[in-house]
Design a protein around this ligand. Sequence first.
Ligand code: ZN
Length: 270
Amino acid sequence: MRYVDRAKLIKPVGWNQRAQAAAQHVAAGGDPNDRSAVWRELKDGLADLLHDKCWFCESPVDRSDNAVDHFRPKNSVSDAENPHSGYRWLAFDDSNFRYACTYCNSRRKDQTNGTAGGKADRFPLVNEILRVYAAGAVAAEVPLLLDPCELGDWRLLGCHQENGQPCATSADPIAKRRADASIEIYHLHYEPTCKRRHAAAVQLMADVDEGKRLFDLAAQDQTREHDFKAVAARLRRAIDRDSPYSGDMHFLLRGQRSDAHPWIQELLEA
Ligand SMILES: [Zn+2]
């Protein structure tokens, strides 16, 4: 996961008016899905904000997919303690849109590997008592799901370098609970995703070892400086926002910092 700045979203001309009309249709009792063309209009703009990657798992997403996710579900909320007919009043509010792959967005079982996940109508809260049921402000709710549009949330997720399985990065009980729920509900432990994440991790760790070796060599022999810089640039690319699983790679690289290798900290800040 990486932070996505929603303020950078570019909308088609007249979108706000069309969204307002659709919201009125829903307020009058209409089904949000009748006007799905309105949120689909933003699909390309949302995709642009994270280089065509899913905002939750950072896998590349085909734009033809049904990729606009309503962070607060629009039709029903299966985690609500009382019957909830969805955050219908946010169905056309672009602050509620996220860009997601099918595995993160739709409920499915991976029979081969025994995992299940996919967000669908899931939206648990840290404190269920604060759940909002009727049209109005939702700021009092604290989502249990990590949100790519909240500044610090992406740093609460990482992965194991040995197998690419996702993990919580913080020992804080609420942060850990939020990461664990996100792994399950976004299906971040979907086996094919873990395999791709693992391949990226193997490459990263090989480059870290090579970078450390060349850094030490360059300290003795300046002619090796060029070789070191080439590896450092490759590592910088792996943690760049446009690379697959860059948040996970950022986490793994953070774990490699040491006094002997200050260049790693410099890469993280670059
Ligand atoms: Zn995804």
